[in-house]
Design a protein around this ligand. Sequence first.
Ligand code: NAP
Length: 534
Amino acid sequence: MEFDVVIIGAGAAGLYALHRVRGLGLSAKVFEKGDGVGGTWYWNRYPGARCDVESWDYCYTFSEELEQEWEWTERFPTQPELERYFNHVADRFDLRRDIEFNTRVDQARFDEDQNRWLINTSTGNTVSARFLISAAGCLSEVNTPRLKGAETFAGQQIHTARWPKGGIDVTDKRVGVIGTGSTGVQAIPQLAKQAEHLFVFQRTPQFAIPARNRPIDADQLEELKHNYRERWELKKASPVGMGRRPPEVSSALEVDEATRTRVMEDSWALGGPGFAGTFGDVMTNAESNQITSQFVLDKIRKKIDDPSVADSLLEIDHPLGARRLIVEIDYFETYNRRNVTLVDVAAAPIEEITLQGLRTTEGTYDLDLIIYATGFDGMTGALLAMDIRGVYGLPLRGKWANGAGAYLGLVASGFPNFFMITGPGSPAVFSNVIFSIEQHVDWITDCLGHMLDHDLDRIDADPDAEAEWTRQVDEIAAQTIIGKTDSWWTGSNIEGKPQGVTFYLGGTHTYRAICEEIAAQNYEGFVFRSVDER
Ligand code: NAP
């Protein structure tokens, strides 16, 4: 089978990419590993899963009709609501007929002579395409630590991103959760309500801000619908693609204590991920960060009854925002329940999984169910899980052996006619990702339109332009607190992974302007081949 475009993945990125390439009159096929659309919101069905970007920001902006007909019900949408949204989009734009479900892309090779990509799938088929677009996702390759003895465990073990559609009944079970990142923090309060006993194995305590989730009433919904275009302008001007206004106080240090406290109280009362922007310099000024961090620690401490548990939860070794800020609902209060035990596995590391449960250096825990809320091989994991080969058979795994990068995060040199949506070198998930996805897809499809209009049949990135872009990405990251703190953002959660921030941290507004400028400058830094040169 031959297509103009093959797209990998039917999440937020793949669905929109399919819609846009169809608009160019190109034939397209999407291969999707799961049996439904939605990507992240298809796979992450664990109890409590919900988006921590507000629903009115975490949605497509490309269709005003879609904006007007879809009715969000909560400030922070749950996984089922988001899965319904992406299914609605798939139906509304008639996307399903070009999606092959239950099909993984295993290998993609660029055939120099044919100037086409040859794609092998898990169903044993090979198809070819002029263009290959990865919409494989930044957080889709799960990370399950290889713990000694895991295969001997008599109970059930599951990663949160592989939670079954029918759910797991934890009633009367002794449950262990490993991991207290965004996922664990969402799942723990829900699991605690049902489990006979919940043991939380925490290695690194983290900051978490109350979500202050609430239903959206009819008046607010009307107002939201009325304001979508205004929000769109705000999102475009925002460094993280969110439709909120910039902080009223640019630095915690420039106001008196009473004003500072009032600003932090207001921000705390509002809740949600915007807390990292309480002052304009929280992420860049150590003193401002320290003031804000201390405020949060004091607030959280008041929620926890047992001071020693509070100590374990609050011995935080990094500045606020240096790891992805967690948004929580009833998380800290959960530790006041009698059926919940916090186990500090930094102090007493996990030694092994046994037939009956888990053993740390200080104790044994009998368990029926072990839940791995242990995150993902972010940014590059899903791309490198496939065997992607560019010119002269160059493997992407080889190219990125010492660190990943791509020109604008869009095209990796040596991999012609292969585009990545939210690839390494782009702002990706360091932003309201669905807004970044739209920007990427729009740029890619405009570029494809340019190629069709000008009889160009190959695009590649100039290696020098790519190297210079990667240098800029590294330079910006080195100036931030993010680059100095171990987390999945730096790849430190995956053994053997090259360390470093692969996000463009200069702001999505700046990134967008650079992408637009480069396109306007005749795609400076990209190398095209015209049909006549063949
Ligand atoms: P994560 O932030 O990487 O957290 C993984 C957790 O597992 C950490 O607490 C980690 O401890 C722990 N862990 C890993 N291996 C371990 C081991 N061998 N022993 C003990 N503990 C271990 O993963 P995540 O919580 O899935 O979140 C990943 C990202 O997904 C988030 O940052 C966010 O971008 C996104 N996300 C978003 C939402 C949302 O929108 N609400 C929800 C979930 C996830 P260490 O920190 O010590 O490594």
